[in-house]
Ligand binder design. Structure first.
Ligand code: S3P
Length: 175
């Protein structure tokens, strides 16, 4: 089974994914890091700057196709992955998808420090960041909501989310 963690930037896909892998014995893969490796060790920001977003999205797609051949793996996807081409269908066909749902104010709070690492958010002040997330999330929600499971993550602990997803994996694997 491959479990794809999806959701907006800052919702906790990578940190929770790593912990979940530790608890389940699944391998953990961070898609952003895979794309960076496949682009000659450049950072996501450098790829955006030097090649543009379309190139980055094409790399994400290639990486996704490669990962879909794996087994017993938890993949923390980049926040944009589900929203381009038929990536969402590809993930749902190859495994299960779990959406970490979070409201814009909570995301903005969590992205306060991380915004400069994300080319899409760079340079925004707090007010601009919140407005951008509200708008962008509205556009992305139709994709994210196609997930096999949705978890409301506002106000719940990482431990709660981990347990919830772990039970989901166990139930799925027992089938
Ligand atoms: C992006 C999310 C980022 C990274 C890139 C674009 C997006 O990943 O792939 O900056 O479009 O939402 P994280 O969700 O891991 O921050």
């Amino acid at each position: 089974m491959i479990l794809f963690l999806i959701g907006y930037m800052g919702c906790g896909k990578s940190s929770i994914g790593r912990e979940l892998a530790r608890r389940t014995g699944f391998a953990f893969v961070d898609m952003d890091r895979e794309v960076e490796r496949e682009c000659g060790g450049r950072t996501v920001s450098q790829i955006f700057e030097q090649e543009g977003e379309a190139f980055f999205r094409a790399c994400e797609r290639k990486t996704l196709e490669r990962l879909c051949t794996g087994e017993r793996m938890i993949v923390a996807t980049g926040g944009g992955v589900p929203c381009f081409g038929d990536n969402m269908e590809v993930m749902n066909a190859a495994g299960r998808t779990v959406y970490f749902k979070m409201t814009p104010p909570k995301l903005a709070q969590r992205l306060h420090h991380g915004r400069d690492k994300r080319p899409i958010l760079r340079g925004m002040d707090d007010e601009q960041l919140l407005r951008f997330i509200e708008r962008n999330l509205r556009e992305r929600e139709p994709f994210y909501s196609q997930a096999s499971m949705v978890i409301d993550c506002d106000g719940v602990s990482d431990d709660y989310i981990c347990n919830h997803v772990r039970m989901y994996i166990e139930k799925y694997e027992a089938k």
